[in-house]
Design a binder for this molecule. Structure first.
Ligand code: GDP
Ligand code: MG
Length: 497
């Protein structure tokens, strides 16, 4: 079978979901009358806010050069709070289309997502979008060169498209077919004491990576999988290796993007399996599903570290169990969400939740309300602090209520991040001036082509959380963009107010 699995990655708003629309149209996956803008943004919340929150897989069929192809596309979010969605999608595919908005050029998430794709050894093709908005051909040429340098292509290989008008969108499909490799036919050679046996993946016992999931009232947990070896069909007995859950397969299917049952999924394919499991905790994203309970687990994912903490309490104490159930189900669909139960005197029983950022928190509260009809009281978001007491004990606290009396405290540590700010050279002065208002430490500068720099700083996470991003945008007229990652705890001169 001719299969290509790929993602579209880019900075937020560079047109990933719109390019996906054109690919869905050209391949006839979505009928014209059903088509709407950013079709793959299926959640109401995504449509209202105009952003992609969830990765969304979709299968397209396409005939090219007399051959039939199956193209599995995973559309991904661009906002830094949802990077975990991107990294999981990357592990399920062989190629990445790196999309760059011609009017914006390369931005922070362009680089951050490109680096993630390189780490997964994906084949990468650069595509410039929104060329309907560009007249300056010289500028376009230099952007091509910048992108080619990043992707390791020749600059004449960089495609220029308009996802809006559809100009050159077919060329993207053609390049995907030509440049992206087939899923591996052989993952490893089996050496079983005697003579060496080379087994094709199709012939091996079933193994698949779970890259996402959601809860279905009728079919239980649906696991989104990339089949690495063997094949899977209804009735088969399989195992979730990490949780030891036994699964009798209710249904196998593909994303069109709505769920469509198929008789079987074979190695290299992306699809879903309905497990019938009612307990959401039995399927973990990153786990391996396998025919053999003692099979070797596939490399999973590093669970992301929560950055921001807030406690969620049900408005009505009777709803505690509802909230608990809702969080378990939401976690299936949002693997970056972290939660554990806690009790506070004033608020009763609730949960402490960990998020990747403020937008993630905001979206989670909104999804609880919309998808589970639960209203919650949310405490003030905060980073966590490590309190080192006079006896050398260390305690991580997540709420000011747990801050000990100062007589017990030897020192306090707070989380720091490595912050990269990508900025056109002409805003350099403004950005440096802004940074002077924060507890930031300048580290070094990377030069990206002629008029772009990445300024690297170390900074306490709490300084970034509130309005830093808005202020960065305003001093750079929207042109600067940022990316950050946790770098460790550092001692700070901190008191509770
Ligand atoms: P995403 O965040 O990368 O998924 O970006 P979207 O696909 O949601 O697009 C962001 C915005 O850019 C939307 O308003 C699109 O209509 C617009 N857009 C996308 N592609 C093009 C294009 O080729 N030309 C123009 N003029 N606008 C585009
Ligand atoms: Mg999108």
């Amino acid at each position: 079978m001719n299969i290509r699995n790929f993602v579209i990655i880019a900075h937020i708003d560079h047109g990933k979901s719109t390019l996906a629309d054109r690919l869905l149209e050209i391949t006839g996956t979505v009928a014209k009358r059903k088509m709407r803008e950013q079709f793959l943004d299926q959640m109401d919340l995504e449509r209202e806010r105009g952003i992609t929150i969830k990765m969304q897989p979709v299968r397209m069929n396409y005939k090219f050069g007399g051959e039939d192809y199956i193209l599995n596309l995973i559309d991904t979010p661009g906002h830094v709070d949802f990077t975990y969605e991107v990294s999981r999608a990357l592990a399920a595919v062989e190629g990445a289309v790196l999309l760059v908005d011609a009017t914006q050029g390369i931005q922070a998430q362009t680089i951050a997502n490109l680096q993630l794709a390189k780490k997964e050894n994906l084949k990468i093709i650069g595509v410039i979008n929104k060329i309907d908005l560009i007249n300056d051909l010289e500028k376009l040429e230099s952007l091509k060169q910048e992108i080619a340098k990043l992707t390791g292509q020749k600059s004449e290989e960089i495609l220029t498209v308009s996802a809006k008008t559809g100009l050159n969108a077919e060329k993207v499909l053609e390049k995907i077919i030509k440049d992206f490799p087939m899923p591996a036919r052989m993952t490893e050679v089996i050496q079983s004491g005697g003579p060496k046996i080379d087994l094709l993946n199709d012939e091996k016992p079933f193994r698949a990576l779970v890259f996402d999931s959601h809860f279905d009232v009728y079919k239980g947990v649906l696991a989104y999988i990339k089949v690495v070896e063997g094949e899977l069909s209804k009735q088969k007995l399989i195992n979730a290796l990490a949780t030891r859950a036994k699964i009798q397969v209710l249904e196998t299917g593909i994303f069109k993007p709505e769920l469509v049952p198929v008789e079987k999924l074979v190695s290299g394919e992306i699809g879903y399996v309905a497990t019938g499991l009612k307990n959401p905790e039995l399927i973990k994203v990153g786990d391996t599903l396998a025919a053999n309970p003692n099979a070797k687990p596939l490399p999973g994912y590093h669970e992301p570290k929560p950055m921001v903490w807030a406690s969620f309490y049900p408005e009505s104490a009777d709803d505690f169990d509802l909230l608990k159930d809702a969080l378990a189900k939401l976690k299936l669909n949002d693997a970056a969400l972290h939660y554990e139960s806690e009790t506070q005197e004033a608020l009763g029983r609730g949960f402490r939740l960990g998020f990747l950022g403020m937008l993630h928190l905001d979206i989670t509260a909104e999804r609880l309300k919309r998808e589970y009809n639960i209203s919650v009281v949310i405490t003030m978001p905060t980073v966590s602090y490590r309190i080192i007491d006079k006896k050398g004990g260390v305690k991580e606290i997540f709420t000011p209520a747990d801050w000990p009396d100062s007589s017990f405290i030897e020192s306090i540590e707070e989380p720091w991040v490595k912050l990269g700010i990508l900025v056109p050279t002409r805003y350099l002065g403004n950005v440096m001036k802004l940074m002077g208002n924060f507890r930031s430490i300048y580290n070094h500068t990377d030069y990206l082509g002629l008029d772009h720099l990445i300024l690297n700083f170390d900074m306490p996470l709490s300084d970034i959380l509130v309005d830093f991003h808005d202020r960065l945008k305003s001093v750079s007229e929207g042109y600067a963009s940022m990316n950050y990652e946790f770098s460790g705890f550092r001692t700070g001169d901190l008191i509770k107010l």
